[in-house]
Design a protein around this ligand. Sequence first.
Ligand code: ADP
Ligand code: MG
Length: 245
Amino acid sequence: MADAIISMKEVNKWFGKFHVLRNISLDVARGERIVICGPSGSGKSTLIRCINRLEEHQKGQIIVEGTEITNDIRDVEAIRRDVGMVFQHFNLFPHLTVLENLTLGPIWVLKTPKAEAEARAMEYLERVRIAEQAAKFPGQLSGGQQQRVAIARSLCMDPKVMLFDEPTSALDPEMVKEVLDVMVGLAEDTGMTMLVVTHEMGFARKVADRVIFMDQGEIIEQNTPDAFFDNPQNDRTKLFLSQIL
Ligand code: ADP
Ligand code: MG
């Protein structure tokens, strides 16, 4: 793919003897939204964590914005700046206020002046509709609010790609929608490239350009959301969908 922002070629990874990623080849176009689904343990988290080098692959090639991910630490720093990540369990700094969580990276990593970092942070907090919580600590917020803070924190680093690893699966049901709404807004209002591990099919149908199904470390099937959900081809995909729908 000529304009791929992420290009994975025959990527393989092992945890000890366990072959967790098997010949993963995946090109992500700039601005593309991909939803990744599949059974627990199929390698979804490992796959996206390889894209910002939270996990190391042993074979194959991963190129992000023209930079190959290698053991050269300078490359890893460049890639982490380009690739934001939102985790299932928010991973906010508990001892910092919401505002401080958002300004820490810009001030210390991007060397943004404090006043400017704070002004931008407030803009992003407004965008995720939580500006009134800026002075609170994460523990004083609901799970849905914390996850929206985590998304805003990631956006403050001005990433080119956002990775989401089951961002709503640790939330109480009534909070899922407020987080998905923020993610839909991000997709609709910006050209952000997004890779989202989720089983939220409504979100996938609304936002995804492509749905990828993984099982046992392999990409088994991929298609547009409507074709994927309405007319799955592989028996393993059919079984999976019958269990979650
Ligand atoms: P998923 O996100 O699809 O549930 P993961 O990528 O988290 O799957 O894990 C895939 C497999 O790799 C699972 O069997 C898991 O137990 C194993 N695994 C994940 N992380 C590690 C690790 N750090 N060491 C050893 N095995 C791991
Ligand atoms: Mg996972």
